[in-house]
Design a protein around this ligand. Structure first.
Ligand code: GDP
Ligand code: MG
Length: 737
């Protein structure tokens, strides 16, 4: 704003610097920007509205500075008796130094006197200083010699005329918040012949005349002097002639500078001169900025618009206070923000800060409260806007902090949940496999949700919409459900593997048993004694029995799987997919088992056993002792042909009755709608079922390929021939023996 100006009375901030107060406006009309420093040093700045501002007016060398120094213990320069030249230059301010019965924080402004003698015809400064004093002061002391009273044309009256005129001008724009001022006439060198009441009447008459004479702006033509001013009067004896009396009367006068009010009954003053209605309502910490703004307007001959000045002041101060309180907020919040940023840098995504909710809400509350305490003294509209601005700033930072916190809590929670469930399952498996998966999931979910809820609740701030984190809670819950589903799927897989293993083991036994029956030409053990000879049921309906036992085993496995899966809350769809996979895997297992049985060495041995059983044993099961007369060749041919019929039978999985493959596609069922690509990943393609495989059901049911079959026939025949030759030899040998 205006230029800098060093305060008189010392430099470098020495304590003596402000002994004489501070020169607010210098003789070059420059405003002293150190005013706030002075107000801070004298502890007025922290007083809010609890301060008072007084200005003194009067002709030059009428003892104004002397009076103020006596009244308030100030040290304004006083003209020395010998030099007699102007001492007070510009406008000075000093805080009341007297202690005792006076109001708190009285600031006194000693205004350079005017009488045209020492400043030439500089009416300009007179007018400007009057305007400045009126805009800021509650009480204007008018210092006047007794012998000047009634001299209507005197210099004092000229000054008063100026005061009245600028006052009207001042409040033209400020009718709404029109403030009154007290004109406190102090009559000096009162001899005592004329009583104060008479002097007072004379002065009131003169004031009325002056008021009538001033030109009033449109709209205020009919305004009265007491619409704007209250009056008070006091007389003091001659300081030099009656020094003791002067001092004691000044003491009496000093007691009037306390707070007061108007009696509700008769509107008379009660108490001291400082009525609340005189106060300009500028908070002390904004006084310097306000005064500077006002002076800036005055000195540049702009229309002084106090409401605008007050709004500007409010904006300036609210911003300043906002910055200050944000510093305090930042001291608490910045380290937390740093910790989060650090965690992100380190790649750790789940750093949950402890007590963040309490810390954040505390810092927020403290910051807003501090702002409110200081800033609410300023223009209400501006304050409200600035408060919202501040809140927005604070909340933006808190919100970012809180959201990061919840996202960290989210990630940490999901990981903890997944780990806890996995570990509990592992522990259950170790302890013998008797654990309830659904119970584990339920318990861990509740536990994890509770932790998250507690964190979200701790971050919630009463009455602050954005701090309701219910959506985040639901999001978290949804993710836990997703993780549960994944873990359940894994559990289903583990279950499926267990059941498949069981199926394999059962199939191993059952299929082995059926194939072993081939070794006996009569169907082996387990075949009824009265079974028709040469047509053992064990051969023709081998596949029927395998298909049947397969069905029984798979059915039982399905039952086991379903029961267990239901126990951990798997849904219908998941169970259906699991069963479909189980059936397919069981079929593949069966095929593998069969392949094992028909491996060349195995099947050749089975055929040999079958053939020998038919060839070397008679119908009663008694081993034959060959004699040369026996029809060895006939028996050999019959047994060989009978066993050879097994090869085509074994080559294809066919049911005896229909002479067709079993309804494998029907048995496996269509792929359930709920199956996902990963469910198919590890499945072996099955001919006639998985069309894209390009393999027919016929091919799927081919147990021994055509070429292998021919090979098998050749080898079997060779083997049978060997047995025949041996039989022949033994028959001949039997004779020779
Ligand atoms: P200011 O210019 O109005 O501030 O006047 P000062 O306080 O500097 O005083 C000017 C002169 O008047 C000084 O020489 C004082 O000694 C003298 N003076 C101060 N008080 C009184 C008083 O009550 N009566 C008289 N007659 N002279 C006074
Ligand atoms: Mg003076």
């Amino acid at each position: 704003m205006n230029g800098h100006f060093a305060a008189v009375g010392g430099s470098n901030g020495s304590p003596k610097q402000y002994d004489h107060g501070i020169q607010v406006i210098d003789e070059d009309k420059q405003f002293n920007t150190k005013l706030n420093e002075y107000l801070t040093e004298t502890h007025v700045a922290e007083a809010g509205f609890n301060y008072h501002l007084i200005s003194v007016f009067g002709s030059q060398s009428t003892g104004k500075s002397t009076l103020l120094n006596h009244l308030f213990g100030t040290e304004f320069s006083v003209m020395s008796e010998s030099e007699r030249r102007q001492t007070t230059k510009g406008i000075w301010m000093s805080k009341n130094k007297k202690e005792g019965a006076m109001a708190d924080n009285i600031l006194v402004m000693d205004v350079e006197g005017t009488d045209g003698r020492e400043r030439g015809e500089d009416q300009d400064f007179e007018r400007k200083s009057a305007l400045f004093a009126l805009a800021t002061s509650e009480v204007l002391i008018v210092n006047i010699w007794e012998h000047q009273v009634g001299l209507y044309q005197g210099a004092n009256m000229g000054l008063l005329k100026t005061v009245f005129e600028v006052n009207l001008q001042l409040f033209l724009k400020d009718k709404a918040s029109q403030t009154r001022s007290l004109l406190f006439f102090v009559i000096r060198d009162h001899i005592g012949v004329t009583p104060l009441s008479n002097l007072r009447n004379t002065l009131v008459q003169d004031l009325t005349k002056i008021w009538a004479s001033i030109s009033k702006p449109p709209g205020l033509e009919n305004s009265r002097i007491d619409d704007y001013f209250d009056f008070a009067f006091s007389a003091l004896p001659h300081k030099i002639l009656q020094p003791d009396k002067f001092v004691s009367e000044v003491d009496v006068l000093g007691k009037r500078f306390t707070t007061g009010h108007r009696s509700t009954k008769d509107q008379e003053f009660v108490g001291g001169v400082f009525l609340p209605e005189y106060h300009r309502r500028i908070p002390a910490d904004g006084l310097s900025v306000y005064a500077e703004g006002v002076w800036d307007q005055i000195v540049n001959n702009k229309d002084l618009d106090l409401p605008t000045q007050q709004e500007l002041l409010a904006q300036f101060r609210c911003d300043e206070i906002s910055r200050e309180v944000l510093v305090g907020f930042g001291l608490v919040i910045a380290p937390l923000e740093e910790k989060q940023a650090e965690a992100t840098r380190m790649g750790k995504t789940s750093v949950v800060l402890s007590d963040l909710g309490a810390t954040g809400a505390g810092a927020r509350e403290k910051c807003l409260k501090a702002f409110e305490t200081q800033a609410s003294r300023y223009h209400k509209g501006v304050y409200t806007v600035k408060r919202t601005e501040l809140e927005t700033k604070i909340d933006a930072r808190l919100k970012a902090l809180y959201q990061a916190q919840l996202s960290a809590a989210h990630k940490a929670g999901v990981a903890a949940f997944s780990d806890a469930v996995t570990n509990a399952v592992k522990a259950g498996q170790k302890a013998g496999g008797s654990y309830e998966f659904a119970e584990i999931v339920d318990k861990q979910k509740r536990k994890t949700l509770e932790i998250f809820k507690k964190e979200a609740r701790s971050l919630s701030i009463q009455g602050v919409g954005w701090s309701n984190f219910k959506p985040q809670y639901h999001l978290f819950e949804r993710e836990l459900d997703e993780v549960s589903a994944r873990l359940r799927k894994e559990e289903m897989r583990r279950l499926a593997i267990r059941v498949e293993r069981w199926v394999k083991s059962r199939l191993g036994d059952a299929v082995g048993l059926e194939f072993n029956k081939l070794g006996s030409g009569r169907g082996g053990s387990g075949v009824p004694e009265d079974a028709p000879l040469g047509k053992p049921p064990s051969e023709k309906d081998l596949w029927d029995r395998i298909w049947e036992v397969f069905g029984v085993i798979v059915k039982e496995a399905e039952g086991r799987f379903t029961e267990r899966a239901k126990s951990f809350d798997a849904n219908e769809e998941e169970v259906e997919v699991g069963l479909w996979r189980l059936r397919r895997k069981s079929w593949v297992a069966l095929r593998e088992r069969i392949d094992e049985e028909v491996m060349e060495s195995n099947i050749l041995m089975k055929l040999r056993e079958n053939f020998e059983d038919k060839f070397r044993y008679d119908e009663e099961g008694v081993p034959r002792i060959w004699r040369p007369t026996d029809d060895i060749e006939g028996l050999y041919t019959k047994a060989r042909e009978s066993t050879l019929t097994l090869i085509p039978l074994l080559s294809r999985f066919r049911l005896a009755e229909t002479y067709a493959p079993p309804d494998l596609p029907g048995f496996l069922g269509a792929q359930p709608a709920g199956a996902e690509p990963e469910d198919e990943e590890d499945l072996v393609p099955i001919g006639g079922v998985d069309e894209e495989e390009g393999k027919s059901l016929e091919e799927e049911m081919t147990v021994i390929s055509e070429s292998k079959r021919q090979d098998l026939v050749v080898r079997f025949k060779k083997m049978a021939d060997g047995v025949y030759v041996e039989a022949k030899r033994s028959a001949i040998g039997g004779i020779t023996q």
